[in-house]
Design a protein around this ligand. Structure first.
Ligand SMILES: CC(C)(COP(=O)(O)OP(=O)(O)OC[C@H]1O[C@@H](n2cnc3c(N)ncnc32)[C@H](O)[C@@H]1OP(=O)(O)O)[C@@H](O)C(=O)NCCC(=O)NCCS
Length: 176
């Protein structure tokens, strides 16, 4: 077989950062890669409607190529002042779109939103074996404050419960 000459085409893409809509839920499964999280996406979306969570997407041509979810909390501190804190999780970018700054942009977008709503602090977990994620968060001024056994469970699209065991670092950043 003769070698095929390679040609290149330089593409410029617009990325829109926005909250998930109901139509996005099947797309978040990324053609089978995250089908097992169908119920998780559905529940998270319902909590977004109630103002308890936010599903922030990086949309290219109507498709969510990246995401970060935000859990929003109010709590009383030691002095009984009301505080607002948020927990970032499920940050992911489709393989083909990685290493172009999208993960960083999602973190920045989340932070900007939280600052605008006067959140006091934000935290995120990095699996202990995910050095790249920890490096990314530390570059964004998150600092390790604790470790966690990272035990949680979810029910997949067939109704089966899965138990996850993923020891992680908890990183935190103060916003005010
Ligand atoms: C972690 C994750 C979200 C990062 O997304 P990303 O879009 O690749 O993130 P960024 O592009 O902002 O940064 C990643 C790396 O690309 C580099 N980078 C950023 N822009 C770049 C560019 N234009 N050209 C080349 N490299 C670039 C960054 O310096 C960084 O390098 P480093 O990892 O060596 O420190 C992504 O790797 C991912 O989805 N991983 C799987 C899921 C996961 O592990 N999530 C974290 C859960 S704890």
């Amino acid at each position: 077989m003769t070698a095929i000459e390679r040609h290149t085409l330089l593409l410029q893409m617009q990325v829109v950062f926005r909250a998930a809509e109901r139509d996005d839920l099947p797309k978040l499964e990324w053609y089978g890669k995250y089908t097992h999280f169908r119920q998780v996406f559905q529940r998270t979306y319902e909590e977004q409607l109630r103002g308890q969570r936010l599903m922030l997407l990086a949309d290219v041509n109507g498709f969510p190529v990246g995401q970060i979810f935000i859990q929003l909390e109010n709590y009383e501190d030691l002095w009984l002042d009301m505080r607002k804190r948020a927990y970032l999780y499920s940050l992911r970018v489709m393989d083909a779109f990685q290493r172009q700054g999208l993960g960083s942009a999602l973190l920045r977008e989340a932070e900007t939103l939280l600052r605008a709503q006067r959140y006091d602090s934000v935290s995120i977990a990095a699996a202990k074996d995910n050095l790249g994620a920890r490096r990314l968060y530390e570059r964004h001024a998150f600092r390790v404050v604790a470790e966690d056994a990272g035990r949680w469970s979810y029910v997949d699209h067939e109704g089966l419960t899965h138990y996850v065991n993923e020891p992680c670092w908890i990183l935190e950043k103060f916003l005010r």
